[in-house]
Design a binder for this molecule. Structure first.
Ligand SMILES: C[S@@+](CC[C@H](N)C(=O)[O-])C[C@H]1O[C@@H](n2cnc3c(N)ncnc32)[C@H](O)[C@@H]1O
Length: 250
């Protein structure tokens, strides 16, 4: 019964997210698909979106899939990174928005985690920082922590090889839709790989079909020592997404 209730609550939450995405789409779409595609690649669109969310008191909002649906997929990559001489698993969530994923990973991990949440807009970072501060008491490993920084995923302010894992849920998806989309998306993947250590993983959660996304990922990794794989994820609300994994080799 508990499981059933939890599942119903989860489905209700996902449906409410979908309604909000739909509302968001119609608020930015102007007159057509091209306008929408361009708008989603612009920083102003996201500033306005998060301003509205903040005015409405929204504290959390996950694109595509939430922590519950991702945890089993992501955890093996976080554990695999652990090296005896390293104090933390170090991860970066690019275009984190109001996603709950990094926060939940930080709170529930037995391993000490250091996760940097980055977005091109400040408002969601402030909201997430407040949430994080209010949950510090329940973090499972007291060595774990979250950091928040405003950053453009196409010009990441981190040194080469700093991260074990880079997470990108829906961010390349929106960047690719802007007018300079394919070039920018290529740069975002290159930047993600630059800041990853050898052996680290870029995990992209996306609704983009493999025939398109693999062209991007295989193109960027051509000539670089990296392997690209993907798997399909069917969610509880009947939608299909993909998890793309790029492993940067040592
Ligand atoms: C579709 S939302 C995904 C948010 C979050 N990852 C999630 O799964 O709920 C895209 C996010 O990317 C951010 N974004 C857009 N362009 C960006 C860029 N160039 N660099 C960093 N973040 C960006 C937006 O502000 C927004 O928060």
């Amino acid at each position: 019964m508990l499981v059933c209730t939890g599942r119903l609550l989860h489905v209700a939450r996902v449906l409410s997210c979908r309604a909000r995405i739909k509302q968001f789409m119609s608020s930015v779409s102007g007159s057509g698909d091209d306008d929408l595609a361009n708008a989603m690649g612009k920083r102003d669109t996201w500033e306005n979106f998060y301003k509205t969310q903040s005015e409405q008191g929204t504290k959390q909002f996950d694109w595509f899939v939430g922590y519950e649906e991702m945890v089993d997929l992501v955890s093996p990559y976080l554990r695999k990174q652990r090296k005896p001489h390293k104090a933390h698993v170090v991860a970066l969530d690019i275009g984190c928005g109001l996603s709950n994923v990094a926060l939940q990973m930080c709170l529930s991990s037995n391993e000490p985690m250091r996760i940097v949440c980055a977005d091109i807009v400040m408002t969601p970072l402030e909201t997430m920082r407040q949430q994080y501060q209010s949950t510090r008491g329940v973090v499972r490993n007291s060595e774990s922590h979250l950091l928040f920084t405003m950053a453009d995923a196409s010009q990441l302010p981190f040194r080469d090889g700093y991260f074990d894992v880079v997470l990108d849920k829906g961010t390349t998806d929106v960047i690719i839709r802007s007018s300079r989309g394919s070039d920018l998306a290529k740069t975002v993947v290159q930047e993600s790989l630059r800041v990853l250590r050898g052996g680290g993983h870029l995990l992209q959660f996306s609704d983009e079909d493999p025939d398109i996304r693999l062209t991007l990922l295989n193109g960027v990794t051509r000539g670089v020592r990296a392997t690209v794989t993907f798997k399909e994820i069917s969610t509880s609300h009947g939608m299909e997404y993909f998890m793309y994994v790029v492993q940067k080799e040592n």
